[in-house]
Design a protein around this ligand. Structure first.
Ligand code: TXA
Ligand code: MG
Length: 344
């Protein structure tokens, strides 16, 4: 169990000290909590991989205090076409946007899994920013969950997540965004969306003067998934089977303990009697859904259910990130309902 600390100046100072001496600390960001280490210290970064059970071929995101520190982590000079792309999105920093750029030689191989690029972001959470400003090194931080489990959006989610090796968890409250950052690779041929997230594809396409279609197509291409190995299909999975709810769900399941996650309040007309119901938004607002999504899935997962049925939404705005995470969470359990329906 890792102690949770309030984000006082002394605690932030202590965290900077731990990070500077090669230790791991869990930090809040506006998207999800991160398992942090000094990105310039390969031994410290190797502890992240070990602690998370993360495959060594899955590179980490490096966090910096402001765009002024970009040259600490990215190659200099960058090609002017890439500089222009950075300029068009720089107003989104600090915020839930990660850019993949040619890397600086100062970034150890272990951070980028040997790739020639590095993923970089400036988080907007005030505690993360304060800590980053206090450190004279960038911070590598994946989401603070065991590999492939649901990302943490509350300090308490991290308390029992690992078997040790972490000095402290800084409590920054509930993560405002609730899904991870959007990842865009900035290349001489133009930008490519690698992961939908807190900044919407619509916002980015507009800034790159691209059509939404043109911009999001790059996310569907197989090579994008291979380049961001964290985008493997079965990810974000709770232990409990989880499926998207459909009208026909009522007919599929025999009596069993089923949990239901709603995106907005509804009077349930289906015949399943649910063991647990969670409603993520009072009016179907997708920002609320994103903010509450992972916490609700975790609560359901802890409730000893046989199955979780969850709503779906349009793949637009932050809905694109929500459905991306649900596609991955549900992909491990694609045919439970059907199997039971045909009596196997
Ligand atoms: O919101 C977030 O991005 C959170 C907070 C803590 O900042 N972090 C996060 O990290 O989601 P993680 O490790 O869970 O996901 C990072 C993703 C992975 O899919 C990884 O493959 C991809 O970023 N990635 C990292 N470096 C990359 C690179 N050089 N090229 C392509 N993808 C990269
Ligand atoms: Mg993650």
């Amino acid at each position: 169990m890792t102690p949770i600390s309030s984000p006082t100046d002394e605690i932030i100072e202590q965290a900077a000290h731990w990070l500077g001496s090669g230790k791991l600390v869990i930090i809040p960001t506006e998207t999800v909590y991160g398992l942090a280490a000094n990105a310039f210290d390969p031994d410290a970064v190797s502890k992240i991989f070990f602690t998370k059970g993360r495959p060594a071929n899955n590179p980490l995101i490096v966090h910096i205090a402001s765009i002024d520190r970009l040259s600490q982590v990215a190659a200099t000079p960058l090609p002017s076409s890439i500089e222009r792309q950075i300029d068009s999105v720089s107003d989104l920093w600090p915020g839930p946007l990660t850019v993949v750029l040619p890397r600086s030689a100062k970034i150890p191989d272990i951070v980028t899994a040997g790739q020639s690029t590095v993923a970089i972001r400036v988080p907007s959470h005030p505690v993360a920013l304060k800590l980053l400003a206090r450190c004279d090194f960038p911070i590598a931080a994946p989401s603070a969950n065991r590999s492939n489990y649901v990302s943490p959006t509350r300090a308490a989610h991290c308390e029992h997540a690992f078997e040790g090796g972490i000095e402290m968890i800084i409590d920054g409250g509930e993560c405002e965004i609730g899904v991870e950052s959007t990842i865009v690779s900035l290349e001489e041929n133009g930008p490519r969306l690698l992961r939908p997230g807190g900044v919407t594809a619509e916002q980015l396409a507009r800034r790159f003067s691209m059509s939404l279609d043109q911009f999001t197509r790059s996310c569907d291409e197989k090579h994008a998934l291979l380049e961001a190995p964290g985008m493997m299909p079965a990810h974000y999975s709770p232990r409990t089977p989880i499926q998207i709810y459909s009208e026909s769900s009522s007919h599929l399941y025999p009596p069993s303990r089923i949990g239901r996650i709603l995106f907005r309040p509804v009077r349930t007309a289906d015949s399943i009697r649910y063991a647990k119901v969670e409603t993520l938004s009072s009016d179907g607002n997708l920002s609320d859904v994103a903010k509450n999504l992972f916490a609700a899935i975790r609560r359901m997962d802890d409730a000893g259910l046989d199955l979780i049925l969850i709503d779906e939404c349009e793949r637009e705005g932050v809905g694109r990130a929500i459905m991306d995470r649900l596609d991955r969470a549900t992909s491990s359990y694609p045919c439970i309902g059907n199997t039971q329906a045909i009596g196997e």
